[in-house]
Design a protein around this ligand. Structure first.
Ligand code: FAD
Ligand code: UDP
Length: 402
């Protein structure tokens, strides 16, 4: 009998598994259909021994001391401030757009006051900032919008920025100073030994059992549990009964080159000419020293694994219909980027999961969900052990099958 069945071993599911087991002594079964823990933040050493992020660059940043300290129990941190260049008009310039971006792009020599005047002159007056187009043109005008945002956004989201909520492009500010950091959060750091190592330590608890390569639906009728926490796509949970929620997907093309450095920044964005949006070189993020270097290209796709919820009003409306179904289900909890259809960063998902934990720990115990036990469950547990040994190269074994 498990107290909780948790679907998804990403940030949402792993944080909740860790809290419920370590703080409340709950017995947790954590299930993921992938062959690894960590969800989209999973990293691993590739064939050349370079630490890479399987699902694209994951940079940790937060303003929440609570989140930073919570995760810090499971990892040491490597201080890291992210900096990105954009390839525009044949040059590499800093993005977010700042003083140096404008001076380099136009061969000018503005100071901060000059650039403020420049932005005022080119900015387009927008009565109500609603879309991603509005948010950019109202700050830096149409020309810079077209060079840096319009095509990148069309490529990434498959739609014009005028169709997308302001919140998407608002992630990228415009600056009148020379600050070239991608994020300005108080805490910016990478897990010293990688995300997967951090997840392994979070989940290393005798009350947590992990099944990989397992869709939770395969377990129906095979295990007993009192409550379920679901962190996958919410529309899929309800068999798409109101239709599919749109997600954007990506294809990741990983390469290793026999040179120590591939590009001059950890990430180079390609808004215009290329089919990919950006190239990431991992050694900048991880600090690893190695004679070779590994990179990843991101090619946006409309079909494939759901990576990004698409923030726009009609999608929110559809999500709300699914949420109403979710809210009406006793003993069921939906947490995470896909289950709550929010364009959340890792720290926001962690905070959401910690909040859910507080709610659950205050709730009185509900009636157990009665289901049949079946020896088939053991088969899954064994297959997990195999898979885990393969991916962790014999590092810590994180499950203790009963
Ligand atoms: P996920 O990590 O998606 O985990 C959900 C898990 O549920 C998955 O492992 C899935 O296999 C499993 N699952 C789903 N359905 C089932 C089922 N039926 N049965 C069993 N298992 C199931 N955030 C940042 O803070 N900084 C960044 O730099 C950053 N970069 C990103 C780059 C990319 C390309 C992407 C896609 C995201 C990025 N993010 C970044 C966001 C970050 O990945 C998410 O905030 C975080 O990983 C979400 O965690 P989660 O647990 O909600 O979901
Ligand atoms: N964006 C853009 N040009 C850039 C960088 C970002 O148009 O050079 C827009 C684009 O719509 C992108 C959004 O801003 O999807 C958010 O960018 P971010 O780098 O935060 O995306 P993520 O890392 O989540 O993919």
């Amino acid at each position: 009998m498990y107290d909780y069945l948790i679907v998804g071993a990403g940030f949402a599911g792993s944080v909740l598994a860790e809290r419920l087991a370590s703080q409340l002594g709950k017995r947790v079964l954590l299930v993921d259909r992938r062959n690894h823990i960590g969800g989209n933040a999973f990293d691993h050493y590739n064939d050349d021994g370079i630490l890479v992020h399987k699902y694209g660059p994951h940079i940790f940043h937060t303003n929440s001391l609570e989140v930073f300290e919570y995760l810090g129990q499971f990892t040491a941190w490597r201080p890291y401030e992210h900096r990105v260049q954009a390839s525009v008009d044949g040059q590499l310039v800093p993005i977010p757009i700042n003083l140096d971006t404008i001076n380099k792009l136009y061969g000018l020599n503005f100071d901060s006051f000059g650039i403020e005047e420049f932005f005022k002159k080119v900015a387009v007056e927008v009565p109500q900032v609603r879309t991603s187009e509005d948010v950019v043109i109202s700050k830096v005008g149409r020309e810079l919008y077209e060079k840096f945002f319009k095509n990148y956004t069309k490529k990434q989201w498959g739609m014009d920025p005028s169709e997308l909520d302001a919140s998407v492009a608002a992630r990228i500010p415009a600056r009148t100073n020379r600050d070239d950091r991608y994020f300005t959060d108080t805490y910016q750091a990478m897990p010293l030994f990688g995300y997967t190592r951090m997840f392994e330590r979070m989940l290393d608890h005798p009350n947590i059992h992990i099944l990989l390569n397992t869709d939770y639906r395969e377990l129906e009728g095979e295990i007993n549990y009192r409550e379920m926490i679901y962190t996958g796509p919410i529309d899929e949970f309800f068999d798409f009964c109101y239709g599919k929620l749109p997600y954007r997907s990506l294809e990741f093309k990983h390469e290793t080159h026999g040179i120590p450095v591939f590009q001059p920044a950890s990430v180079v964005n390609y808004p215009n000419e290329q089919l990919y949006t950006r190239i990431t070189e991992f050694k900048y993020l991880t600090g690893q020293e190695h004679p070779k270097t590994s990179i990843v290209y991101e090619f946006p796709l409309s079909e494939g694994d759901p990576y990004y919820p698409v923030p726009k009003p009609e999608n929110k409306e559809l999500y709300e219909k699914y949420k109403a179904l979710a809210d009406a289900m006793p003993n069921m909890h939906f947490v995470g980027r896909l289950a709550t259809y929010r364009y959340y960063n890792m720290d926001q998902v962690t905070a959401q999961a910690l909040t859910m934990f507080k709610k659950l720990s205050g709730e009185k115990r509900e009636q157990p969900v009665q289901v049949r036990t079946d020896p088939a469950t053991q088969k899954h547990i064994h297959s997990f052990e195999m898979a885990h040994k393969m991916h962790s190269n014999g590092h810590t074994v994180i499950t203790r099958p009963s």
